[in-house]
Design a protein around this ligand. Structure first.
Ligand SMILES: [Zn+2]
Length: 210
């Protein structure tokens, strides 16, 4: 198996990462002992011990981001900077479920632009987002039934029905925040997961496909 990442390129013997097993403390040794397959985290820790041998120490230098990108936590958006031709080190990547400009995203955007030097903000929603598949009230009802509890938070899940309209709303929320400078452009997009292309969503209602 070859594992390739920016700054990394090494070979790991096939099967080495997936055949590891461990026993619980106190379990009997011998052929009858109960064996437990390692969790994904255990496997990741084991892999890290090998992969770190190829780590480029230069990647540990302090960051100097040029742009902040807010996007969804969906795995299909994980390499979005590569689809934009941007260097990993130039991007402050801020991700949450549904590309929401909420209190925490604002916190990161303020720090990225005011403290770290990002000069532009890009908000990237996407097609086929999981947040299109339920409503907040449906999710709340389901969780109340499953758990028998009704906690005070989260106040919202930020589900939505229209990716473009939702993107427009997020642009407005970021643009109107008093601690995000008017000198910092805030632009919104919808990434099509089936084509890899971006459509720009303008605040006045227009959308232009790239
Ligand atoms: Zn999503």
């Amino acid at each position: 198996m070859t594992i390739a990442r920016p700054g990394l390129n090494l070979n790991v013997p096939d099967g080495k990462l997936t055949r590891l097993v461990m026993t619980r403390p106190g379990e009997p040794a011998g052929p009858e002992r109960r064996r437990k397959v390692m969790s994904i985290i255990d496997e990741a820790l084991s892999a890290n011990a090998t992969i770190a041998n190829g780590y480029d120490p230069g990647r540990g230098k302090p960051p100097a981001p040029k742009i902040a990108i807010v996007t969804c936590a969906d795995p299909r958006l994980s390499s979005i900077e590569q689809m934009l031709g941007l260097a990993e080190g130039d991007v402050d990547m801020i991700r949450n479920f549904g590309t929401v400009i909420d209190d925490d995203a604002i916190r990161s955007l303020v720090l990225s632009t005011r403290l770290l030097g990002s000069r532009e903000i890009m908000i990237i929603n996407h097609t086929d987002c999981g947040m299109l598949r339920f409503t907040d009230s449906e999710m709340e009802e389901r969780l109340r039934k499953e758990t028998g509890r009704a906690p005070i938070a989260p106040a919202r899940f930020y589900s939505f029905t229209d990716a473009e309209a939702n993107t427009r709303e997020q642009i407005q929320k970021a643009r109107s925040h008093p601690w995000i400078s008017q000198d910092v452009p805030v632009r919104g997009f919808v990434f099509d997961v089936s084509t890899g292309r971006l459509s720009e969503v303008f605040p006045d209602g227009e959308t232009v496909t790239g």
